[in-house]
Write a protein that binds this ligand. Structure first.
Ligand code: ATP
Length: 301
């Protein structure tokens, strides 16, 4: 089942050009969906539309299989969100901040201790939220979002501005929420590297258009297919000719031969052919295209 389904949604602020153009999004239930795109791509606008914080103009949004327009209250009661920085009272402790929201949400009082435990802030005692590190503030914001026991969390760039250890802590927290508490998570980021170890699914947006959406496994396959093999020999021209005879796609770049992704067996076979033709092979190297460069290629084109 799909937790969020966005169909052909477009959006414009006043009469300006469209900041979202017919975007489609499918967030599978139980997934951690990485919503990726550079600054200004349209991530926050999309998440605000999904939450009904701005009014939909074109297209359809279904959440938990129901049209958002018609089941707004019911749907929102099962969603927790953190859009941009959390609104916290700096002069109150974590528990006091949560008490404010617990009353708003009318959740049971013992839920406060539970969510503090879940986000790893159970021992902050009398410390005021204003003295918390950015990572702790973000986690307290997530604790607020968890108070009413949501089955879907919508997080807009929760790792923004965090130091490397804050990013790791956030990653661990979100994994636990997903795996142990069964919460589906959509998390936006402009840095693939920050969330690629976390997500199960990926959607890439740029300039208001969805460029790509798939499982992380599918993206990894694409990465593998985009990797290349370098051959360094004493006679690249002849080596290239021999490769072309074997129907291997290759060309010479910067005094070495660059071939498309090949199996281990194919690499060994080429090596044997080159050696049998008295070509000296100095090196064979496989370069896996990293996910970041695939992301950059998709968003730059
Ligand atoms: N209230 C607004 N009025 C007019 N234009 C806006 C408004 N909010 C956002 N925009 C524009 O809409 C586009 C998409 O912005 P959005 O905030 O959704 O992008 P984003 O991917 O979340 O980027 P960032 O990571 O920088 O927050 C940008 O060009 C932005 O300038």
């Amino acid at each position: 089942m799909t937790s969020i389904q966005v169909r052909d949604v477009s959006y414009q602020f006043s009469n300006q050009e469209y900041v979202l153009n017919n975007i489609n999004l499918n967030v599978p239930e139980g997934s951690i969906y990485g919503f990726l795109g550079p600054n200004g791509a349209g991530k926050t606008t999309t998440l605000r539309l999904i939450l009904g914080l701005i009014k939909k103009q074109k297209g359809e949004i279904e959440i938990f299989g129901k049209a958002f327009d018609k089941h707004r209250i019911e749907i929102l009661s099962k969603i927790g969100s953190l859009i941009e920085s959390p609104s916290l009272y700096g002069h109150l402790t974590a528990v006091e901040n949560l008490k404010v929201w617990q009353k708003v949400y009318q959740s049971p009082e013992n839920r406060i201790a539970e969510v503090l435990q879940m986000v790893g802030l159970a021992h902050t005692g009398r410390k005021k939220a204003g003295q918390f590190s950015l990572g702790m503030k973000q986690r307290l914001g997530i604790a607020v979002a968890l108070l009413h026991n949501p089955s879907l969390l919508i997080l807009d760039e929760p790792t923004n501005g965090l130091d490397p250890s804050g990013i790791v802590e956030m990653r661990e927290l979100l994994k636990t929420l997903n795996q142990q508490h069964g919460i589906t998570i959509i998390i936006s980021s402009h840095l693939l590297g920050e969330i690629e170890k976390l997500v199960t699914d990926v959607g890439i947006i740029n300039k208001g258009r969805m460029l790509f959406e798939s499982s992380l496994t599918e993206l990894m396959k694409r990465q593998h297919a985009a990797s290349t093999i370098y051959f360094d020999t004493n006679n690249n021209a002849q080596a290239l000719q021999l490769m072309h005879q074997q129907k291997i796609e290759a060309q010479i770049e910067k005094e070495r031969i660059v071939a498309a992704q090949l199996s281990k067996q194919a690499i060994a076979q080429i090596n044997q052919t080159l050696v049998a033709n008295s070509i000296e092979v100095y090196g064979i190297r496989a370069i896996e295209n990293d996910l970041e460069s695939i992301f950059m290629n998709l968003t730059n084109n």
